[in-house]
Design a protein around this ligand. Structure first.
Ligand SMILES: [Fe+2]
Length: 163
């Protein structure tokens, strides 16, 4: 299991499990590190497991910096002529300057992966999530990512108080 050295709150990982009826395995852990609404930025980390679990099928809308902290990041870009596979290994850095042209599926390698993302979204839009027909089902914004994260932390602290 990856062990993120700069993780200041290892108990705060939010485990994400997709619905079983999904056509792919969705399973990963998520942690927001920081955000700045005035600067339109958010930094977060995904931890992928060796089970091949993905995050939701998505297309990046924001300028995004990626650093692979541990393991391998595997991307299957969904283009009109088929899937285009990309792999980034530990230590590899990538930056996009704006919205991706194509959506992709994203997962770790055989040992999983820990991947850091830093997004700059002047209009607040981070990702669109897509179904199997590549129809957009959700828009992820800085605001709804932060509110979801704050809800997770609240639930965690309530659970700690109750135990
Ligand atoms: Fe992605």
């Amino acid at each position: 299991m990856p062990n993120l050295d700069f993780d200041l709150a290892p108990e705060d990982w939010q485990p994400i499990h997709g619905e079983p009826e999904l056509s792919y395995l969705m399973h990963y852990d998520f942690q927001v590190l920081s955000w700045d609404r005035d600067a339109h930025t958010v930094d977060f980390v995904l931890r992928f497991h060796p089970d091949g679990g993905h995050c939701p099928r998505h297309r990046h809308l924001a300028a995004t910096t990626v650093i692979v902290v541990e393991g391998e990041q595997h991307l299957d870009e969904i283009r009109p002529d088929g899937l285009h596979h990309k792999m980034r290994v530990q230590g590899q850095y990538h930056r996009s300057s704006g919205a991706d042209e194509y959506p992709h599926m994203e997962r770790g390698g055989t040992d999983g992966a820990t991947v850091f993302y830093s997004c700059y979204a002047p209009d607040g839009a981070l990702f669109e999530l897509l179904d199997d027909d590549l129809e957009v089902t959700h828009l992820v914004t800085i605001d709804n990512m932060i509110s979801g994260w704050e809800g997770h932390l609240q639930t965690r602290s309530s659970a700690r108080v109750a135990s």
